[in-house]
Every structure is written in structure tokens, then in C-alpha cells.
Design a protein around this ligand. Structure first.
Ligand code: PMP
Length: 342
């Protein structure tokens, strides 16, 4: 196996990993010292992260027993696959999608089956039914909105999947705040659905490494069995509880990102690029007239790093740009314009 890599280059404008372009609220950053001083450092953390689960549960109007928190949503996904993947089990994805589902599933020894999308990268519910009926996956992943396409998954597709699902359905909502609907409302005790979220994107705290999942109590209990004891340190629990006071402020930034996304999409279309309409904080695009690697290098030479997806299966010719600050987006558009010979 090879690992998952997101190449980093030291450039002035980094629009390659879908982070928030803004730092977290200053008041939260200033409170970090006092939070650190309040920790009983000689004691193990609250293993169940009780207070944090309560705070997250309040945010979504669910019970604390329906919440499991881990070190980023990647660790949430890993814990789900430790509980429900593994040797002899099948994990289903619909490609192209976030690569860590297959990567972690393989690490646990599970077999991965890949459902296909249409040529325009949307997903046909008939394909969902085919994959589930044929393979009876223990875990099926849907990413809403999908990374790397940015496309919002229609609610009907998730409903079709829940109708036929043989195992757990994981809806990865790392980018949900930028979309017009969320599967969170479908979570209930009698459905095998788990919805994952992260503090890394809208909440501007990728460095803190916090993600969580909301699902039925029995599923959350299984995750608690699979997780290591004390996997979530005391400081992180307290810092995340404090961060939850600022969610309103963070969510106000979503409107700004969405307006900048519309600007990027419109300007890229005016440059004759193929652009997938995004419900996320990034945009996938392709030039029919220019080689993707040449274009990526030309944009990079002007100090702007985007993600080169062109070697990924089914994404020939594609690049992906994260929505940045207004000036970062201006720099990207200028670099792009200069890199597309007339
Ligand atoms: N899911 C998706 C779809 C993502 O794009 C990412 C980050 N690139 C993650 C999960 C992981 O996020 P984190 O571990 O930072 O919460």
C-alpha cells in the first residue's frame, strides 16, 4: 500500500486542502492559556468526553448518547471502520470520493467495492441499489457534499440507500455548512445512519483535530468499544467546549465563502473552463484545451497552490481550488488567466 498524501509547497496562497481561510475567533485563541491552566494534567481525561458530547448534542438537538467525538473526522471514520469493517467485510464507496474511506477500510483488512458515478460525476440511485444488492456492504459511505467534486448529494439518493442498506450508512458531512441540506435530520434510533462532522473547515480549527459523529445509540456504543481508552485528551475536550460558544460567528463566515465560491465559478466559466457547481468550500474544474499538470505548474509558478486531481481515477484533467479570502481568490483568478494562453 501507499499512504495518503496531500503535497504541501511553501507558497503565498495555499488553496489546496479545503481549510477555512480565516483563523478562529481571537477571543477563543486568547482563552487557550486559561483553559490549559484549568486542566488536571496528572489525571487521565474524561474517557466518555461527557460534557463535550452534551454540548455537541445541544447543537444538533440530539441526545448526548448519540454523539461520539474523535481526533478529526478521519479518526471518526477510522473508528467506524474498526467497529464495522475488517477482514471478511465489504465497504462500499461511490467514486470519485474522499480517498480515506478506501484507504482506512483497506488498513482494517476490509474489501472495498467501488460504485460508479455518471460521466458528469453525479450518482444514479440505480447504481446505489445495484452495489448494495450485489455486495451487501457492512459499511457504505456517501460524502455530502462530495469531495473532490463539490456536488451536493440529492436527498433521494440517501433515502434510496437507506431503503436497501444492508449495514451502516455513513454520511460524511465535513462540508455540510456550505450546502443547502444536511442528513443530520434523518438520524434516528431505528436507522443505521451515522453523520460525521468536523471542526476543521467551517469552524477554522483544522489544527485542533476534532471531529464527531451523530448516530443511533447502539452504533455510538459500538464506536466507544472500538476506540482506544482516553483517545481524546482533556485539553482538547475543554478547548472544543469553549469553541462551541463561537459557532454563530463562524457560521456567518459561511455566507462570505459561498459568495466567493459563486464569484470563482462564474469567472472560471467565463474562461471556458468546465466547472462543477459546488455546495462546498472548493470548486473542481477542468480545461479541455490545456494539460492539467502544465496548468497546475503555471498557477503554482505564480505563487498559488491548488490540488492536482488529474492523476486520480475518473478525474482526468481536473484541478480543485479551495475558496480563500477575497484577495487569495483574486490572486488565483489572475494566475489562472495568465496561465491560459489565448
Ligand atoms: N471528510 C472529508 C470529505 C474531508 O474532505 C476531510 C478533510 N480533507 C475529512 C473528512 C477529514 O477531516 P478532519 O480529519 O480534519 O476532520
Amino acid at each position: 500500500m501507499s499512504g495518503y498524501h496531500s503535497p504541501q509547497v511553501d507558497v503565498p496562497v495555499r488553496l489546496n486542502t479545503n481549510e477555512s481561510p480565516f483563523p478562529p475567533p481571537t477571543d477563543w485563541v486568547k482563552s487557550i492559556g486559561a483553559i490549559a491552566e484549568s486542566i488536571d494534567w496528572n489525571r487521565y481525561p474524561d474517557r466518555a468526553a461527557t460534557e463535550l458530547c452534551e454540548a455537541i448534542a445541544r447543537r444538533h438537538g440530539v441526545a448526548p448518547e448519540q454523539v461520539f467525538v474523535a481526533n478529526g473526522s478521519n479518526e471518526v471514520i477510522q473508528t467506524i471502520l474498526l467497529a464495522y469493517g475488517g477482514h471478511g467485510r465489504i465497504v462500499a464507496t461511490f467514486e470519485p470520493t474522499y480517498q480515506m474511506y478506501a484507504q482506512i477500510a483497506h488498513v482494517t483488512g476490509a474489501e472495498v467495492v467501488e460504485g460508479e458515478r455518471r460521466a458528469d460525476l453525479t450518482l444514479d440511485p440505480i447504481e446505489i441499489e445495484r452495489v448494495v444488492a450485489r455486495h451487501q456492504p457492512a459499511v457504505t459511505f456517501l460524502c455530502n457534499p462530495n469531495n473532490p467534486t463539490g456536488l451536493v448529494e440529492p436527498r433521494e439518493n440517501l433515502e434510496a440507500l437507506l431503503e436497501v442498506a444492508s449495514g451502516i450508512v455513513v454520511v460524511d458531512e465535513a462540508y455540510a455548512e456550505f450546502s443547502d441540506w444536511s442528513a443530520m435530520e434523518l438520524v434516528s434510533e431505528d436507522k443505521p445512519i451515522a453523520v460525521t462532522r468536523t471542526f476543521s473547515k467551517t469552524l477554522s480549527m483544522a489544527a485542533l483535530r476534532v471531529g464527531y459523529v451523530v448516530g443511533p445509540t447502539w452504533l455510538i456504543n459500538d464506536l466507544r468499544i472500538a476506540a482506544l481508552p482516553y483517545h481524546l485528551d482533556s485539553f482538547k475536550q475543554a478547548a472544543t467546549i469553549a469553541a462551541l460558544q463561537y459557532t454563530k460567528e463562524m457560521e456567518e463566515r459561511v455566507e462570505f465563502i459561498k459568495a466567493q465560491r459563486a464569484r470563482l465559478e462564474a469567472e472560471m466559466r467565463s474562461l471556458d473552463l468546465e466547472v462543477w457547481t459546488s455546495g462546498s468550500n472548493f470548486v473542481l474544474f477542468r480545461s479541455s484545451a490545456h494539460d492539467a499538470k502544465t496548468l497546475w505548474s503555471a498557477v503554482l509558478a505564480q505563487g498559488v497552490l491548488v490540488r492536482d486531481c488529474s492523476s486520480w481515477p475518473r478525474l482526468e484533467g481536473c484541478l480543485r481550488v479551495t475558496v480563500g479570502t477575497e484577495s487569495e481568490n483574486t490572486a488565483f483568478l489572475a494566475a489562472l488567466r495568465a496561465s491560459l494562453p489565448a
